[in-house]
Design a protein around this ligand. Structure first.
Ligand code: ZN
Length: 254
């Protein structure tokens, strides 16, 4: 058992980060600054007081409504905060304190923003990918638990981007340019082996997820289903569990 105080601190840090990621996913596609104007009600523009910014709790206290104009505040905001907190806690449980945890938290945050924006706008923003690539290069300089030489990183970018580019050509537009750039950027973080694992997981859960959406008639056959969230989920799982997955696969092959 890891120290439970640290676990709770990580959960709280996840809630606060989730609150910021909500802001990012709303403002970045509209080119609004992340700091100005300060958080306000999107309906009546009243600025939120500090105690109205406490993640999840203030939403529950105000029963999901703005204190002033009583307009409903989407349940998505506290949900994103809770999901971020749970994912942060899981990263902490798997990796403990250290450089790898920092990497995992950065990746998790980017993946949540990319997922939300792709879901809302069918778009993976270049500026988000540029930041993800820059952070990946900076943070890969120290040692990694993944095979992380600079050659691996470059090969990862080529493998990820190249594979999706081929599939995009073969499927005639089933995969967008944003997905290709996203996969190439992941290579910088994961190296080519773990990028391929990430994409394999993305295709499996994308297929299953798409099937379920069709089966439950949430989406129709011709509807667009963004692939970015599945790439993000695959990369997250590959980063945390890729080593076990590759080892298990090799044992199974023998
Ligand atoms: Zn309001």
């Amino acid at each position: 058992m890891r120290c439970s105080v640290l676990s709770w601190l990580m959960f709280a840090f996840g809630l606060l980060t989730g609150s910021f990621l909500n802001v990012c996913s709303y403002r970045l596609p509209q080119n609004i600054s992340l700091v100005q104007p300060p958080s306000h009600c999107l309906h009546c523009n009243r600025r939120l007081k500090f105690y109205e910014l406490v993640p999840v709790v203030s939403w529950l206290m105000l029963r999901g409504r703005c204190r002033y104009c009583k307009t409903a505040v989407s349940v998505r905001y506290p949900a994103v905060e809770l999901v971020t907190a749970c994912l942060f806690s899981l990263c902490f449980r798997e990796l403990g304190v250290g450089c790898e945890l920092v990497k995992a938290l950065i990746l998790t945050s980017f993946f949540i923003v990319i997922t939300l924006i792709d879901y809302d706008h069918r778009l993976i923003l270049d500026k988000v990918l540029v930041c993800l690539a820059g952070a990946g290069i900076l943070i890969s300089l120290p040692a990694s638990h993944l095979p992380g030489s600079s050659v691996d990183m470059l090969l990862g970018g080529l493998a990820g981007g190249g594979l999706l580019l081929l599939i995009a050509i073969a499927s005639r537009g089933g995969i967008g340019g944003g997905d290709i750039k996203f996969a190439a950027t992941l290579g910088l973080w994961l190296g080519w082996q773990y990028t391929l694992v990430a994409l394999l997981i993305a295709f499996i859960i994308g297929g299953l997820g798409g099937g379920l959406l069709l089966a439950f008639k949430i989406k129709k056959r011709r509807d667009y289903i963004p692939f970015g969230p599945f790439i993000a989920a695959g990369a997250w799982l590959s980063f945390l569990y890729g080593a076990e997955l590759i080892e298990g696969y090799l044992k199974w092959m023998m």
